[in-house]
Write a protein that binds this ligand. Structure first.
Ligand SMILES: [Zn+2]
Length: 134
């Protein structure tokens, strides 16, 4: 009886491993085609500078800009939107590494507006298929 019981338990273990292996292959094959092609699109030039972002569950996450000359992370200045003035509302993006020069300027609103404009532009380039030219 004991000589029969041991292979029986081994078969159950082998069967369980096969089941886990089969399930993981199934979910991997099933999961891959759902990832859209444009998720590899994470960098482009917009408003005269270089932008990078991530994709998290089909949404653009954390877009930010970098200096096209020296790759430094740009800092923003949307003070024209805060104070009372007749100045046009805009957000400037400044490179501290290039003598605090204004690298990019997005008209229309503050930092949140500017990032929204960039997201809309990314979205537009995906819809028109323009992003594939890069
Ligand atoms: Zn720079």
């Amino acid at each position: 009886m004991s000589s029969y019981a041991l292979p029986g338990w081994l078969w159950i273990i082998v069967f369980l491993f096969a089941l886990i292996g089969g399930a993981s292959i199934f979910f991997r094959l099933k999961g891959e085609p759902t990832k859209p092609e444009h998720h590899s699109y994470v960098e482009d030039n917009m408003y005269g500078t270089k932008w990078r972002w991530q994709w998290i569950s089909n949404r653009i996450f954390d877009p930010w800009c970098y200096c096209p000359r020296c790759e430094a992370t740009l800092v923003y200045d949307d003070s024209s939107c805060h104070r009372f003035s007749y100045e046009e509302k805009k957000t400037n993006f400044i490179c501290e590494n290039c003598g605090h020069s204004i690298v990019a300027s997005i008209p229309g609103g503050d930092k949140a507006y500017a990032l929204g404009a960039v997201e809309r532009e990314i979205d537009r380039r995906i819809r028109t298929g323009e992003y594939k030219k890069h």
